[in-house]
Every structure is written in structure tokens, then in C-alpha cells.
Design a binder for this molecule. Structure first.
Ligand code: DQA
Length: 149
């Protein structure tokens, strides 16, 4: 059974209390439970992580790239939060590892402030999802399942 890595970047630990009008009332623990269920449905194991630190996220992407190359990881779903709009390092990590990665945003970033319209991740991502709320997480896992040979 292959694993799916669901990676969350800065401030996503605040889900549930952070700007509920934008991000909803589900907590990150609720999102993890949704991902557990989606992975079980698609015969994946789940590795669910969150960090507020860019370098930690880079290290985890490298680890995921090695796992995918070894055949144990199906791919990653990544909500990089604000680093989406700032981080060349995350772009390079995705490119450098060749990881199959779905960029995910809870909100529709294109309907928000102009500074959220550019993503450093999108050119390195296999697919991009935004605006489904937290329901996007299980949908992205279903998408990864679809991508498997
Ligand atoms: C986000 C959108 C980003 O612009 C923002 O900085 C986040 C969350 C989303 O899930 O909608 O932290 O990635």
C-alpha cells in the first residue's frame, strides 16, 4: 500500500479559529480525519504533517521525493499557505525531487488580494486546486488515486 503525504504550511495549525469566514470552522485535526477516511477509500496510507517553517517543509519535500523514488509514496497534497506566494525554495524543492504534487488552497486565492494571485508552486505542481474549502483535501487525494497507473 502506498502512502500519500498531506503537507500543510504556515498558520494552517490555526484552522478552525483563523478567519472562519474565509477558511471555515473545521480544525486541522478535522481535516486530518477527512484525509484518513479518503486515504482508506483509495487504499492509501496517510502521512499528515504541518509546519510553520519553510526549511522544515523543504526537508519534508526532499524526504517525500526519496519515498516516491523508492516506490512507497504515491504523491503529495501541499497547502503551502503564504509560502505559496513567496517561496522559490519550495518551488526548487518540488522541481528538484520530481515529486508528484497537488497544490491545494482552501480558499479561491484568485478571488482574493492580488498578492495571492501568483504562486511559485504552480509551475512545479502536477495539479492545482483552490476554493473547495477543506473538502478539497479528500478531492485531491481522489485525484492522486486517479493519477496512479
Ligand atoms: C491558503 C491561501 C494562502 O493565500 C494563505 O496565505 C493561506 C491559506 C488557502 O488554503 O486558501 O495561508 O493557502
Amino acid at each position: 500500500m502506498k502512502t500519500v503525504l498531506v503537507l500543510n504550511g504556515p498558520n494552517l495549525n490555526l484552522l478552525g479559529t483563523r478567519e472562519p469566514a474565509v477558511y471555515g470552522s473545521a480544525t486541522l485535526a478535522d481535516v486530518e480525519a477527512m484525509c484518513v477516511e479518503a486515504c482508506a477509500r483509495h487504499d492509501f496510507a496517510l502521512d499528515f504533517r504541518q509546519s510553520n517553517h519553510e526549511g522544515q517543509l523543504v526537508d519534508w519535500l526532499h524526504e517525500a521525493g526519496r519515498a516516491q523514488a523508492a516506490g512507497t509514496l504515491a504523491g503529495a497534497v501541499f497547502n503551502a499557505g503564504a509560502y505559496t506566494h513567496t517561496s522559490v525554495a519550495l518551488h526548487d524543492a518540488i522541481k528538484g525531487t520530481g515529486l508528484t504534487l497537488i497544490e491545494l488552497h482552501i480558499s479561491n486565492v484568485h478571488a482574493r488580494e492580488a498578492f495571492r494571485h501568483h504562486s511559485y508552486l504552480s509551475p512545479a505542481a502536477k495539479a492545482v486546486m483552490a476554493g473547495f474549502g477543506v473538502a478539497g483535501y479528500p478531492l485531491a487525494i481522489a485525484g492522486l488515486a486517479q493519477m496512479q497507473g
